[in-house]
Design a protein around this ligand. Structure first.
Ligand SMILES: [Zn+2]
Length: 241
């Protein structure tokens, strides 16, 4: 079971930084326990409180991954797929400002998690696109090979911050002796997301064109909207009696 890996910061990685970000926040008209949407509009602008700038990968708290352009160039040379890059600014403690790191934006798609993984839709909010799912209980079954687009970097819904990569990526990182990352096999994962999974719209976490493409093909909008329609019909019936 070493076909897919979860790419994360290394163990004990301390992301010590401040960041500037322009956010677009929409509140849910039905509930205060979640937001309808939270999307970062601006590029990452990070002030590191420690570090010398000799790493080729850096991480933020939401598992945003910043990659030095020399490593991006190697990804491209090796034909890795499923990613785009977004400009970023890194401010090092010695005052140096670098534009040499790019945010790695994962755009490959592994579809939705399989039922065997334990992930099931619990409920969709009637007022927005927020949806709750049950936890992953069996990680090795997470990826449905029939839904996976075959790209090297990809995500599986509903785990928008969970970067999945192929063995090809891990082999390259190992051969280049990249240090600041950890690649976990899916069968090594235990007890994550014990609190359940709650997610907003796909467009919060993926570029708009990718969110439109996969939102439609995965039927994510559809099952939320059918839930809303069903609840609307119930409401109408109650209104008549
Ligand atoms: Zn809502």
């Amino acid at each position: 079971m070493d076909r897919f890996f979860n790419l994360v910061p290394p163990a004990f990685y301390q992301a010590d930084y401040t960041r500037e970000a322009k956010l677009r926040i929409s509140r849910c008209p039905f509930s205060d326990d979640h937001l309808a949407s939270l999307r970062r509009l601006s590029n990452l602008d990070i002030s590191l409180k420690s570090g010398k700038g000799d790493e080729t990968m850096l991480w933020c708290l939401q598992h945003e991954c910043l990659v030095h352009q020399s490593l991006i160039a190697e990804f491209e040379r090796q034909g890795l797929t499923g990613f785009r890059v977004r400009p970023a600014t890194i401010r090092f403690p010695d005052g140096r400002v670098s534009k040499d790191y790019k945010e790695l934006v994962v755009v490959g798609c592994g579809g939705t998690a399989t039922p065997e993984s334990g992930v099931r839709l619990v409920e969709g909010c009637p007022g927005c696109q927020f949806v709750r799912y049950t936890n992953v209980t069996y990680w090795p079954a997470l990826v449905d090979l029939k839904q996976w687009t075959g790209e090297d970097f990809f995500k599986v819904w509903p785990l928008p911050n969970f970067i999945l990569v192929t063995k090809h990526v891990v082999s390259l990182l190992r051969s280049l002796r990249v240090k600041c990352y950890s690649a976990r096999r899916l069968d090594e994962l235990r007890g994550e997301w014990d609190f359940g999974i709650g997610v907003g719209p796909l467009s919060d976490v993926m570029p708009s064109d990718v969110a439109r493409k996969y939102g439609r093909s995965l039927g994510l909008d559809r099952h939320v909207h059918s839930k809303i329609e069903a609840q609307g019909r119930k409401g109408q019936k109650r209104g008549k009696t």
